[in-house]
Design a protein around this ligand. Structure first.
Ligand SMILES: Cc1ncc(COP(=O)(O)O)c(C=O)c1O
Length: 309
């Protein structure tokens, strides 16, 4: 439009994209868990742009950076990611015409690498033995030496990560299930648990928050962090959870099979782990509404699913 600056056009594109973020459905668990007076709901986070919960954080990070002028079409968004955030950044970047560079541990699944490449992201592979912690160090070093080229998104420290859930996930859950008594979610960057939990507690201080973690450092729950042995994300709030449970990789794999068999849900390992945690919480209750999130479905874990089902 004549007279309109490129930034206004970009902001318009950003706002238009916003309608495709969030607003995901709650699935009521009926066959896998059935106890009178206790209900479990699981939020199907893959039903939004880019197919995972990370669309929320990715979008909020892009939006805030563009609004503040830190990111524009002349700069490249840079971050470390094990996959879903990268897919969200690359999807959003390709829609907005903004380049995306991702530092990714070299052992990320071939499906993830293919998806990221097909979305036009530039990938810098980092040491497989150092996981996402090593990828973060490489991204930070790159941003430090080329500040004019990159906007370093730093999802582990960026407040817009947890705020995305504070302003969207929590309100969606509370509006749909105002009687919620328990919220359960695993910790990765911790954005989902921190933002959703913080807002739910403000809305009703009696809502009980359970965070979940893998039971050992060498786990197979992609997207989760074993906080005792990993770099603790800057946005993590260790005062928020009322309770913390550990979930094993094998337990999650069993839940992938059960969720498919009983609920017809094809889940990723971390979604299955969240569901396993929610069921453990629900089993101890006489009355209550337990809500968890299912960060993504099984689309990116085809080899594992072939082995399990
Ligand atoms: C599959 C999957 N599950 C869980 C998480 C954890 O979510 P959060 O980073 O908000 O803690 C992630 C984050 O990347 C993820 O990709």
């Amino acid at each position: 439009m004549p007279g309109m600056t490129i930034d206004h056009q970009l902001m318009r594109q950003v706002h238009l994209l916003g309608v495709q973020i969030g607003h995901t459905p709650l699935h009521r668990i009926t066959r896998l868990f059935n106890k009178p007076g206790v209900t479990i709901y699981a939020k199907k986070e893959w039903e939004q742009l880019s197919g995972s919960v990370k669309a929320r954080a990715g979008y909020a990070i892009f939006k805030a950076a563009i609004e503040s002028g830190d990111l524009n079409k002349q700069k490249v968004l840079l971050d470390a990611t094990s996959g879903n955030t990268g897919i969200a950044y690359a999807t959003i970047g390709s829609r907005l015409g903004i380049g995306v560079t991702l530092c990714l541990p070299e052992n990320a699944s071939p499906e993830r690498k293919e998806i990221l490449k097909s979305l036009g992201a530039e990938i810098i592979y980092t040491c497989r033995f150092e996981g996402t912690d090593g990828a973060q160090q490489v991204a930070k070093a790159l941003a430090d030496v080329q500040p004019g080229t990159y906007f370093y998104a730093d999802q582990y420290r960026n407040d817009n990560n947890w705020k995305a859930h504070y302003y969207s996930t929590a309100l969606e859950i509370f509006n749909e299930q105002p009687g919620i008594t328990h919220f359960v979610a695993g910790l990765g960057t911790t954005g989902t648990f921190t933002g959703t939990g913080r807002r739910l507690k403000e809305l009703d201080p009696d809502i009980h928050l359970t965070s979940l973690q893998p039971d050992n450092p060498l786990h197979g729950l992609e997207g989760w962090k074993h906080l005792e042995t990993a770099i603790v994300p800057g946005i993590y709030d260790n005062t928020l959870a009322d309770d913390n449970l550990e979930v094993g990789t094998e337990e999650a794999w069993e839940m992938i099979k059960a969720a498919f068999h009983y609920e017809r849900l094809l889940l990723s390992p971390s979604s299955a782990a969240n569901l396993a945690g929610a069921i453990r919480v629900a089993e101890k209750l006489d009355r209550g509404i337990v809500v968890t999130v299912l960060p993504d479905n099984a689309d990116k874990y085809k080899d594992l699913i072939k082995k399990l089902l």
